[in-house]
Every structure is written in structure tokens, then in C-alpha cells.
Design a protein around this ligand. Structure first.
Ligand code: UDP
Length: 340
């Protein structure tokens, strides 16, 4: 197949590209390097079945050409990361809503299947645990910036379902729960790469709030495998699926485990939420997916537990080159409109 990944130079997109090449497909990616990076695809750029375009999906003629050449689209391009959302709400809303609108509209012309990446954030502050696909979404007020991300992704989901029902466009929606693994950057606030980097440098590990909030982390390899298997299932069309792990850990415990695995002397430092994000910031207390639906359809089970996940991130961070080094031969201006 010819497969397009929007956001293909991002953390998840680049792992998906690698996986699809391995499956024998031809892979096209488009990415504006806003949160993705060229380093993520450096090891793929000379592959004969890989083609990259460094540009925005808002460039409609270009995106149209790419969608046209492909049989299947994974739409991963989005503004992600709580820190980014709090700092740049206009960019977040516009990128997420307009971008998805463009991709769905273009895919609809020749009815190309689109897998739309959504997020566990859409469940908001629901108290019912675990979160199931049919649950109500419980979001906060519109004047609190952090909810704009959840809301923009919920609009993406509504739009995808609308295209499916009204125009018969084959769409599959996935809600990703705290995906982690090698190449993820802590630059946009993600907790695991942040903790690992702090631990390896023996700097304080910054736990926000009292650290009693919990999450379930999934290795990116399990996520891309699930994305691919869902895309091949006819029965997945017109459905929404959680992709995650049900191994729950408090953030405080995560910090302790990272410190132990990295053999670090870092102290744990508790940072009030208002210092970390903004005044009145509301964090999710617990976030656990119900994964029965995807399990029933494709036999999904996470294959890596938290211990293995932390080890793989520690290993990656210990061995990776300092960001930017590989790019010394290319100025950022060169990259802005590069194709290869
Ligand atoms: N967090 C933290 N220290 C950090 C970054 C994040 O304690 O340096 C916390 C954050 O407040 C949240 C959890 O870790 O409770 C997961 O944060 P992340 O941004 O990775 O993902 P989220 O689940 O919020 O989307």
C-alpha cells in the first residue's frame, strides 16, 4: 500500500513510519516540524520506499497531492502536550480543528480510509474508572485554556464521525493514552522523558502537585502495531478505540522508579501546579483506559510493562546524540520546505 502519515516526523509518527516500511509499504509523511523533528526520521530518509515533505497540512494543494497518491491516511498531525496547549491556545485549537477538517475533506474526494489520532484527554475529568469509549466526556469551563485541547480533539472526533455518517468516508478514531518510548521529547511537558533526563543528570525530579495523580503508560511499539492492525480491519470503520495500558502508576512512584532504574541520586522536588502550568490548572487525577473493545477486535494487549518501558527510555536517553547535532549540515530555513 501507499500510506500517508500526517505528523510523520513526530514521536509516534516516526515509529509508525518505521513499522510500515518494515511491513513492506511505501510511506509518505508530511510534517511542519512544529513538535516533530527531522532527527526522528533521519534514519529513514534514504529508504527507497520513504518520502518526506516538510510542510504544513494547511498547505492544501500539497496535502491534496499526497492524499491522492495514498490508499490509507494516518492523521497524526496535531498540537500536543499540555505545556504547549497552556502556552499557545490559539495555535492548538486552529491546528487541531482546521488540520483535521482539511485532511478529512481531501480524503473524502476518493474515499480514502483515515485513521484519526485522538487522545485520552477527551475524557476530561470524568470520575468513572476505567474510561470506556461510550462514556460521557467531562470537560472544564472554556476560560481555562487546558480544556481547549480536549475540546479541539473532541471536535475532530465529531467531524470524523460526521464524514463517515453523512459522506460514507471510512474513518477510524483512536484515543491514545500516554504513549511513551524512545525519541519522545520532554520539551512539551511529557513526564517520562522529563524525569529520565533529570535522573540521568542527577538533577531534581520535578513532580507536579503531590504526585498522587496516576497514569498508565504504553510503549509506542504497542501503539503503532495496534494502529496498523485496526486500519486493516473492516469492522473498525466508524468506531472509536482506546489504545493504552491498564498498568496504573502514581507520578510520585514513577519518579522513584525512574530514579532507581537510572541509578540516580536525584532528589524528588514537588512543584505546585500553578508554578508548573498556570493559575487554577486542573490535572486529571486518574486516567485508565478500558481496553476490552480493541482487545476483542484485534487481540490487542500491551507487550511491555512499565519496568521495560522505563528501561527502554533510560537506555535511549543514555545513548542518544545531543539534539541538533545531526542537523548541523542543514539550516532550519533549508528544512522548512524540504522534500526527499
Ligand atoms: N508531570 C510531572 N512533572 C513533569 C511533567 C509532568 O509531575 O515534569 C505530571 C503531570 O502534571 C501529569 C502527569 O505527570 O499529572 C503526566 O503528564 P504528561 O504531560 O506527560 O501527560 P498528561 O497525562 O498530562 O497528558
Amino acid at each position: 500500500m501507499n500510506i500517508l502519515i500526517t505528523g510523520g516526523a513526530g514521536f509516534i509518527g516516526s515509529h509508525l513510519a518505521e513499522y510500515l516500511l518494515h511491513q513492506g509499504h511505501r510511506v509518505f509523511i508530511i510534517d511542519n516540524l512544529s513538535t516533530g523533528s527531522f532527527e526522528n526520521i533521519l534514519h529513514l530518509k534514504n529508504h527507497e520506499r520513504f518520502q518526506y515533505t516538510i510542510d504544513s497540512i494547511m498547505n492544501v494543494p500539497l496535502t491534496a497531492e499526497l492524499v491522492d497518491r495514498c490508499d490509507l491516511v494516518f492523521h497524526l498531525a496535531a498540537a500536543v502536550g499540555v505545556k504547549l496547549i497552556v502556552e499557545s491556545p490559539v495555535y492548538t485549537i486552529e491546528t487541531n480543528v482546521k488540520g483535521t477538517e482539511i485532511v478529512l475533506d481531501l480524503a473524502n474526494k476518493k474515499k480514502k480510509t483515515v485513521v484519526v489520532a485522538s487522545t485520552s484527554e477527551v475524557y476530561g475529568k470524568a470520575n468513572k474508572i476505567p474510561f470506556s469509549e461510550d462514556d460521557d466526556l467531562v470537560l472544564g469551563p472554556t476560560h481555562k485554556g487546558r480544556w481547549s485541547y480536549a475540546c479541539s480533539k473532541a471536535v475532530d472526533e465529531f467531524l470524523a464521525f460526521a464524514y463517515q455518517r453523512e459522506k460514507r468516508l471510512p474513518v477510524i478514531i483512536v484515543r491514545l493514552f500516554n504513549t511513551v518510548g524512545p525519541r519522545q521529547t520532554g520539551q512539551y511537558g511529557m513526564v517520562l522523558p522529563t524525569f529520565v533526563k533529570q535522573a540521568l543528570q542527577n538533577c531534581p525530579i520535578t513532580v507536579y502537585g503531590d504526585g498522587s495523580q496516576s497514569r498508565c503508560f504504553t510503549h509506542v511499539n504497542d501503539v503503532v502495531d495496534a494502529l496498523y492492525k485496526l486500519a486493516l480491519k473492516k469492522e473498525a470503520i466508524g468506531q472509536v478505540f482506546n489504545i493504552g495500558s491498564d498498568e496504573e502508576v502514581t507520578i510520585r512512584n514513577l519518579a522513584e522508579r525512574v530514579r532507581a532504574i537510572a541509578c540516580s541520586n536525584s532528589p524528588i522536588q514537588f512543584v505546585p501546579y500553578e508554578e508548573a502550568y498556570e493559575e487554577g490548572f486542573e490535572d486529571m487525577r486518574r486516567r485508565i483506559p478500558d481496553i476490552r473493545k480493541i482487545q476483542q477486535l484485534i487481540g490487542y494487549r500491551p507487550t511491555q510493562n512499565l519496568e521495560q518501558i522505563i528501561e527502554s527510555v533510560v537506555h535511549f536517553c543514555r545513548n542518544c546524540t545531543a539534539p541538533g547535532q545531526e542537523l548541523s549540515y542543514l539550516g532550519s530555513e533549508d528544512l522548512r520546505s524540504a522534500t526527499g
